[in-house]
Write a protein that binds this ligand. Structure first.
Ligand code: SF4
Length: 111
């Protein structure tokens, strides 16, 4: 292997650019945890740096991004196709949208 730190930074920058280009889509908390668990037991993880030893990315960032994927073969976790479920995830993002038509009612008023 022998990935240089420069190569690692380059790869990570590329991943970050792809993520930004797609509108910075994040995975769900559940998916994030699943990915981190996979990284945590992976022999490629450089625990002292929390970087993937294959691509050099910081796994706590990389695992959060829908556009990222595990570079190992076979893959330990895959990327999530943006929009595959017909909805956009907006985790951690506040919009200035004032439309409240989608507000759900917490109380059951039926009956
Ligand atoms: S991204 Fe894949 S190869 Fe890299 S540490 Fe995580 S599980 Fe291992």
């Amino acid at each position: 292997m022998g990935n240089s730190i420069f190569q690692m930074i380059k790869t990570f920058a590329k991943e970050a650019a792809l993520y930004a280009k797609n509108g910075a889509p994040n995975v769900t908390q559940k998916e994030y945890r699943k990915r981190l668990e996979a990284c945590n037991i992976c022999p490629h993880l450089r625990k002292e740096l929390m970087r993937c030893g294959v691509c050099g990315c910081l796994v706590e960032h990389k695992a959060k991004w829908q556009t990222s994927q595990c570079p190992d073969e076979p893959q330990r976790w895959a990327k999530i196709i943006v929009g595959a479920k017909g909805k956009k995830l907006n985790i951690g993002r506040e919009s200035s949208n004032t439309d409240t038509s989608d507000a759900t009612q917490p109380t059951d008023t039926e009956g």
